[in-house]
Design a protein around this ligand. Structure first.
Ligand SMILES: Cc1ncc(COP(=O)(O)O)c(C=O)c1O
Length: 417
């Protein structure tokens, strides 16, 4: 669907990536396949047929406005990590009622924005609930909330993306959540709509999801006694993707949903909040080889993409498959793929068996559609890269590359009065 090799060339849908590089001129850039995003979304929506449900795309994975518009056109809601993400979602045409704000440290300003517009808020702590009550009271309205429970279940993923254990900063413990739910009975400023949890990211163990759902169903039953408006169980996001492209299988969203379908009570509307599994494999970071360095014991392919554009390898030791956009017919050797940033942590791949490339060769870092651009930085004075979207055989620029003028714009000096 999205990316494939044909006659030694890498394609994104109907276009050769080499031709795209020539057309756009400047690397590195992000490239996305609209068809792959659509297929990934439909993998969820088609499997959910028969279950009252909502797919609420987690904007934090990739917040490009055009991608948000595409997902809205497919019927998605949005899960947000900040007030600015809500503004972005509104810009993309989502209704506030189709938005869910998360976060362990929502500011009063963010809460004001979200509650005034009527979006749903996930309550993350006791102080968060107090802030929500205060803001809703000031606005003379009722905030719509889900209680985020931390079920203390190990999602078996990298600790930096694990949120389901009590050692993480997210959510309220199960016993506290029960008390919190009960405390909302008859509360004027807060309307309880359901319960939420998010175990972490890049999960691939169905049993872990089933255990979390069991906890949520119990809490849901208690919540039903508190308010007749309670209808949502929000199981969060976090489904993984096959970064290694090997035969160690990550179950598909279809398999995940099939395995929990029987557990869902009839009166529940299920919310899922996928991010990575919607956009991850739909994006690649396209770079070019600057040079090849051979020190005998260690060899490096130095590319023009770096940890500033894709930080996942440096931050989490994450694996991204890498390949040349035109296959090279030479005997492979072991290389580290590194960028030009002044850090030894600046690598996109370690110890990869690849044929020696020529300078200028195009390199694709696969599965970079989620937590790629959104986590990029200007470190070492680097410009944020452009983003392009392919629909069939059409190519669209969906974000400009940052110019030096953009960089300078924020440096204006003012006297503070
Ligand atoms: C509450 C919540 N929902 C959904 C997601 C999306 O997770 P993923 O992109 O792994 O599907 C996240 C990400 O951490 C999250 O915190």
């Amino acid at each position: 669907m999205g990316y494939y090799y044909q006659d030694s060339s890498l394609f994104c849908e109907g276009l050769k990536v080499k031709d795209i590089i020539e057309r756009v001129g400047q690397t590195p850039f992000y490239l996305y396949s609209a068809g792959q995003i659509t297929a990934n979304y439909r993998a969820y929506s088609e499997s959910l047929v028969g279950i009252p449900s909502v797919i609420s795309y987690a904007v934090k994975a990739n917040g490009n406005l055009k991608i948000l518009k595409l997902l809205r056109s497919l019927g998605s809601w949005v899960t947000l990590a900040s007030g600015n993400e809500l503004k972005l979602a509104l810009e993309a045409g989502f209704e506030p009622e189709q938005a869910i704000l998360n976060g362990n440290g929502k500011t009063l300003e963010e809460l004001r924005l979200v509650i005034e517009l009527g979006a749903i808020v996930n309550v993350d702590s006791e102080f968060d609930l107090i802030h929500i009550q205060r803001v809703a009271g000031e606005l003379n309205t009722r905030a719509k909330v889900l209680i985020r429970v931390n079920p203390d279940i190990d999602p078996e993923v990298h600790p930096y993306i694990s949120t389901g254990l009590l050692s993480s900063k997210f959510g309220v413990a199960v016993n506290e959540a029960v008390e919190m739910v009960k405390s909302l009975a008859g509360m004027q400023s807060v309307q309880l709509l359901g319960v939420h949890c998010h175990l972490g990211s890049n999960l691939n163990n169905i049993a872990v999801y089933q255990r979390a759902l069991t906890v949520l169903i119990e809490l849901f039953q208690i919540a039903k006694e508190v308010s007749d408006r309670v209808r949502y169980i929000n199981l969060g996001g976090g489904w993984g993707i096959d970064y290694h492209h090997d035969n160690v299988k990550v179950p598909s969203p279809q398999e995940l949903i099939q395995s929990i379908r029987w557990m869902i009570p009839k009166d529940v509307t299920l919310i899922l909040e996928p991010g990575r599994s919607i956009v991850g494999n739909a994006g690649v970071l396209v770079c070019r080889v600057i040079g090849v360095k051979d020190r005998g014991d260690r060899r490096f392919i130095v590319v023009d993409g770096s940890m500033a554009e894709l930080i996942r390898p440096s931050l989490y030791g994450a694996y991204h498959k890498a390949g040349f956009v035109e296959e090279v017919n030479r005997d492979p050797v072991r290389y580290d793929i590194v960028g030009p940033v002044c850090e030894s942590a600046d690598f996109l791949g370690k110890d990869r068996l690849l044929p020696p490339p020529n300078e200028g060769a195009g390199v694709a870092i696969f599965d970079a559609g989620a937590y790629g651009y959104v986590m990029s930085s200007n470190y070492n004075g680097r410009a944020s890269p452009a983003e392009y979207l392919v629909y069939g055989d059409q190519l669209f620029q969906i974000r400009k590359r940052e110019g030096f003028e953009d960089h300078l714009r924020l440096f204006d000096e003012r006297e503070i009065l």
